[in-house]
Design a protein around this ligand. Structure first.
Ligand code: BCO
Length: 569
């Protein structure tokens, strides 16, 4: 440890009631309350540069803004000052070298490398809309995203560059490709060397709070992923006192979020939330999940807070570690899928740290949770976090009484809360479909008790939530359809002890494959899906059936298959 991280260390903010961030520009002395919506807001200039100024004035401790490590013993520690310098350079690389402009779309497909933070903030500085995606994607996933978003630029590593090159000719809007690598590649601009030579002189755009900032791809029941577009307000929400009460971060905190950088959780918890509080963002490269590495990391580094999918905690708890008493860990949160009360209790027993639940979607960010210090009701995902007004609604948007099952709805009328997605890009029909009376209908089922605690029950549609990944059945079915053995298939959710749910495919075989060994065919189909689309979507369970249950109009009754999986039929 090169610098002090101690539980006694005080943050910059003197007391919880002052947990707010004052913008450098604009209303210098006013604090943003839970409902404020300033006309202009930019995370880079209003938050990141604020902390740079605090560092310069000696008002922030020596902790880095970003602390990145990998398994080879490499470390990167950047202060806020360095972040400001480097992200200004990134902004210049995008606009001056890349020719990108405010409002252009940039596909961001990077693993957990320090450049991810330069790209995101560089985009925010210029108003370029970044679109994070997981590096598990294959050429067809990338092609779809580039085409549907009309992305002008892409930034990725040399692992994925050949996949991009294999489809680039089908993406007429794509003008510029940036490579994050130590090697060069024909047709690609070398981001690392451009950053070194770029000027750090850059004026941040004066973005309006309602200007677009990012697009997250989210899986739906029908068709391919939708583009949930967020404005700069997503970042502003992190500075609301209510949102800050969720984690009560201090400048001395070292926050580790294990989400893949392709998901909204990473944008929120690996960047916006901790930096709003002036905390340290901790990152382990972690190219593949490894519970041993995670546990060692908690012992080795002074991490004080952590957010991960419940599957991560579950996978750690299922191992036989001699001790999980981490020296500096104070607070842990789980989100992205359901968490069982037994798991919360087991985590508390073994680590001595409480495990809090948070809930959100790509469309919403974190909307509900157990605020730090709030009473935990095991199994509940907590209460609505202002400015969100969450109610349990019926299919017409009527608010249901306590303890009644319904859809989780977020009030959007008369005022749409800041932080909620703007729309599904270029898809007014799907945007309208999720509006239900005065509410945005999340599609998640739950009940709310008399104290406002929400209890998650499941999806109202066919979307599968496997270890925190939301997977649309159509994506998997269309990948399966490409294999000659598959006449047709139906993909549904199936219960799983570790991942909560997994993808299960019911497959009707083509006549020429009927005599083939089923075990071998299962492996072949799984490998096939892994090879044509992001591997987290592959069916971990496969069942061969003579036919699929269908409605009179020929629509597959996935609901029937799912209920059978969960033992309800
Ligand atoms: O199980 P198999 O070995 O057959 O296949 C696995 C992996 O091995 C493979 N894979 C993973 N990384 C790879 C790779 N193959 C090649 N190259 C790589 N780099 O892919 C298969 C599927 O992986 P998986 O992710 O389902 O399982 P894995 O690797 O055991 O990881 C487990 C988890 C829990 C770490 C992972 O599933 C995970 O990170 N889940 C959380 C997702 C998440 O962050 N969701 C949040 C979404 S945003 C949201 O909910 C809004 C909240 C505000």
């Amino acid at each position: 440890v090169l610098w002090g991280i101690h539980k006694s260390c005080h943050g910059f903010f003197p007391a919880p009631q002052h947990l707010h961030c004052q913008p450098l520009s604009g209303a210098k002395t006013s604090r943003w309350n839970d409902y404020d919506t300033p006309k202009e807001f930019n995370f880079a200039s209003d938050v990141l540069d604020y902390w740079t100024q605090m560092e310069k004035e000696g008002k922030r401790g020596p902790n880095p803004a970003l602390w990145w490590v990998n398994d080879q013993g490499d470390e990167v520690k950047w202060s806020f000052r360095e972040m400001t310098d480097l992200t200004r350079r990134a902004a210049n690389v995008f606009t001056q070298t890349g020719g990108l402009r405010q409002g252009d779309h940039l596909a961001l497909i990077l693993p957990r490398v320090p450049e991810w933070w330069l790209v995101t903030v560089g985009c925010i500085r210029t108003g370029i809309v970044f679109m994070p995606g997981t590096t598990l994607m294959k050429a067809r996933d990338i092609l779809y995203r580039l085409q549907v978003s009309k992305a002008k630029g892409i930034i990725t590593t040399d692992t994925l560059a050949p996949e991009v090159d294999s489809v680039a000719s089908e993406c007429p809007a794509l003008k510029i490709k940036f490579l994050v690598s130590d090697h060069s590649r024909k047709g690609w601009l070398d981001f690392r060397s451009l950053i070194k030579s770029a000027s750090s002189d850059h004026t941040c755009v004066k973005s309006k709070t309602m200007d677009p900032m990012a697009i997250f791809f989210t899986s739906g029941t029908t068709g391919l992923p939708k583009m949930a577009k967020h404005n700069q307000g997503l970042a502003l929400r992190s500075s609301f006192p209510s949102c800050r009460k969720l984690l009560q971060l201090k400048t001395s905190d070292v926050f580790w979020c294990l989400s893949d950088p392709g998901w909204i959780t990473a944008t929120l918890a690996s960047m916006l939330e901790p930096w709003t509080a002036g905390s340290t963002v901790f990152v382990h490269h972690l190219p593949q999940f490894d519970h041993n590495v995670i546990v060692q990391t908690f012992f080795k580094y002074p991490i004080t807070q952590c957010l991960a999918a419940p599957s991560v905690f579950r996978m750690i708890l299922q191992q036989d570690f001699t001790s999980l008493r981490f020296p500096t860990l104070e607070h842990t949160c789980a989100g992205g899928e359901a968490l069982l009360p037994e798991e919360q209790e087991q985590w508390r027993r073994q680590t001595g740290v409480l495990l809090y639940q948070v809930y959100g979607q790509s469309e919403t960010g974190i909307t509900c949770g157990i605020l730090r210090g709030m009473k935990i009701k095991p199994g509940s995902m907590g209460k609505a976090i202002p400015p969100f007004d969450i109610q349990i609604i019926d299919d017409k948007g009527n608010v249901l009484p306590p303890d009644t099952e319904g859809n989780i709805g977020i009030r959007i009328k008369p005022t749409k809360p800041i932080g909620l997605f703007m729309c599904y890009q270029d898809d007014p029909v799907k945007t309208a479909e999720v509006e239900c009376g005065d509410f945005y209908n999340t599609g998640d089922r739950a009940t709310m008790d008399a104290e406002g605690y929400i209890w998650f029950l499941g999806r109202s549609d066919d979307v599968i939530n496997a270890s925190g990944y939301r997977i649309g059945p159509t994506e998997v079915e269309s990948a399966l359809a490409e294999h000659p053995a598959v006449a047709e298939s139906a993909v549904v959710s199936s219960p799983d002890l570790i991942r909560g749910e997994v993808v299960k495919a019911f497959v009707v075989l083509t006549p020429q494959f009927l005599s083939r060994d089923r075990g071998q065919l299962t492996k072949e189909l799984q490998e096939h899906v892994k090879s044509v689309t992001a591997p987290y979507k592959y069916p971990r369970k496969v069942e061969f059936v003579p036919e699929l249950p269908k409605t009179i109009t020929g629509k597959i009754k996935r609901n029937e298959l799912r209920k059978k999986e969960f033992g309800q039929l």
